[in-house]
Design a protein around this ligand. Structure first.
Ligand code: FMN
Length: 213
């Protein structure tokens, strides 16, 4: 079973993104994975803003990334991109902090206008940090995430269905047997490619064009 780091990049104390991640954490834990939540908003702001990679709290966060086999990265969409807080966290990590890891990118937003924000802003950064496999991302509208009085989260039917599909792809990738890497290379998990794994209705990327006749 895998060690999964579940990172929320929302600065909000009542974050829907963080609630969504905690909801998924429970699902991943029920499959036998060890899940560690990390809220970027709990890290010292001064250390993040001054890129103080030696601050003890930042060093601990770096260690969590290093120990993880897989990472769930959730962010609210801010100004058509991922949050500045998430960027500040990613910036204090080593360049290849995601090497060999499977990553699930998630975003919440107020409008479907920015449904592609994961693909055109976050995915390239995750890739530049060495992620071995970035599975299909998923965007949820904030109004589809309804906090319940007991602290749990209700996800509206249409959004929940797509989320299930990307979670399935992520767990399949995480649970796939490791392929022995050549000496000197990061160990990678053998997974389907993003294109093979992409569901028809749930993608955040444009659908591939049909072949020309
Ligand atoms: C400063 C700010 C900028 C935002 N910009 C966008 C945006 O460009 N596109 C969008 O769809 N939603 C935008 N939103 C809405 C949030 O993405 C949305 O409410 C999200 O679910 C908030 O997540 P959180 O509760 O985890 O912080 C913005 C919200 C804030 C506070």
């Amino acid at each position: 079973m895998a060690t999964v780091l579940s990172v929320s990049g929302s600065p909000s104390p009542t974050s829907r993104t963080a609630r969504l991640l905690r909801h998924l954490d429970a699902r991943l834990a029920s499959r036998g994975h060890t899940v560690t939540p990390l809220d970027a908003r709990d890290l010292p702001a001064q250390a993040l803003l001054s890129a103080d990679a030696g601050h003890p709290a930042i060093v601990r966060a770096q260690a969590l990334f290093e120990q993880a086999d897989a990472v769930v990265v959730g962010t609210p969409v801010y100004k058509a991109a991922y949050s500045g807080l998430l960027k500040a966290l990613l910036d204090v990590l080593p360049q290849h902090a995601l090497a060999g890891k499977t990553v699930l990118p998630l975003a919440t937003g107020g409008s479907t206008r920015h449904v592609l924000a994961i693909d055109y802003t976050l995915r390239p950064v995750l890739s530049s940090m060495g992620a071995a496999h970035i599975v299909q991302g998923w965007f949820l509208l904030d109004r589809d995430l309804v906090a319940q009085p007991d602290g749990s989260l209700r996800i509206e039917a249409g959004a929940a269905e797509g989320l299930e599909q990307v979670l399935d792809q992520f767990t399949t990738a995480v649970e796939a047997p490791r392929v022995r890497a050549p000496v000197g290379c990061a160990t990678r998990r053998r997974t389907r490619t993003v294109r093979e794994a992409a569901p028809q209705a749930a993608r955040t990327s444009p659908a591939p064009r049909p072949p020309r006749s």
